[in-house]
Design a protein around this ligand. Structure first.
Ligand code: PMP
Length: 290
């Protein structure tokens, strides 16, 4: 497997970065998780835009143009002859000294990993996922805005550990005001009376690419869609609940905090959205040839 590392394609064994890299020392950097479906990099431009916005928010200057970054992603996929892949693009502050000062880091480290996608088991899509609300709140936007997809994922990892302690795969994270925010690696949606709702990004939520895709798909599926403040009360009374994310795509939720959502089965609108989403993954993005 070839890895893109600072302008070169190198073997996985040789893809190494310094222990002085501030991405490693401080989580000082940004990243994206992207997918390709049958030689189409799904929503690549949207992911690259979010990467550069995250970088801008932490005053990290990416030394490649967006066009060069897109070429680097495609080049890595081609080098590895991957039709279907999970793609990780990482930009760190680069090598510095042991202090925090980003000015000491002369150039960012940029690497791209393309690998086989590891999916949730198929039965979870058919039966639905159980999640629990965890005690750790989502980072407050005033401190570290969840809209920045930074390398500092400890907030999410702490929540994930709490979910694992309750024997479930995903954690429902609330914001500091107790409003529903998102899960550790996915956005959350609920459906009530033909209206799809998801929390607004301003309360401290990543602007998920899949989230936006679902908001765009709603009218076609006969649904209204809106960004709305959501409480656990709302979720407990929802007709349907599901999560969205690049790796998970759309996954139904049937149980929250030990309470069954609606009839405990994936809802028909969720299943229809999954179908519609699969169609979109075949058409929207940047194509490449192997
Ligand atoms: N929230 C968080 C915290 C995430 O890490 C992710 C995955 N990147 C998402 C939501 C879903 O975003 P996307 O649909 O862009 O993958």
């Amino acid at each position: 497997m070839k890895i893109y590392l600072n302008g070169k394609l190198v073997d996985k064994e040789d893809a190494k970065i310094s222990v002085y890299d501030h991405g490693l020392l401080y989580g000082d950097g940004v990243f994206e998780g992207i997918r390709s479906y049958d030689c189409l990099v799904f929503k690549l431009k949207e992911h690259i835009d979010r990467l550069y916005n995250s970088a801008q928010a932490i005053r990290l200057k990416i030394t490649l143009t967006k066009e060069e970054m897109i070429k680097a992603v495609i080049g890595t996929l081609k080098a590895n002859k991957l039709r279907d892949a999970y793609i990780r693009v990482v930009v760190t502050r680069g090598e510095g000294d042991l202090g925090l000062d980003p000015r000491k880091c002369k150039a960012p480290s940029i690497f791209i990993i393309t690998d086989k996608i590891v999916l949730y088991p198929k039965q979870l899509y058919e039966k639905g996922l159980s999640i629990v609300t965890v005690p750790t709140p989502r980072n407050i936007p005033e401190a570290l805005n969840p809209q920045i997809k930074s390398l500092n994922y400890l907030n999410n990892i702490l929540a994930k550990i709490e979910a694992i302690n309750f024997n479930v795969e995903e954690a429902l994270m609330l914001n500091k005001d107790g409003l529903v925010a998102e899960c550790t690696g996915d956005n959350i949606f609920m459906l009530k009376n033909h209206t799809l709702m998801t929390p607004p990004t301003a309360i401290g939520v990543l602007a998920g690419i899949t989230r936006q895709c679902v908001l765009d798909l709603a009218p076609k599926s006969g649904l209204n869609a809106e960004e709305k403040l959501i409480t656990r009360y709302d979720l407990f009374n929802a007709d349907e609940v599901f999560l969205t994310g690049t790796a998970a795509e759309i996954i139904p939720v049937v149980n929250i905090d030990g309470r069954t959502i609606c009839n405990g089965k994936p809802g028909k609108f969720t299943l229809n959205l999954i179908k519609e989403f699969r169609k979109v993954t075949k058409t929207q993005g940047v194509r490449y040839a192997l």
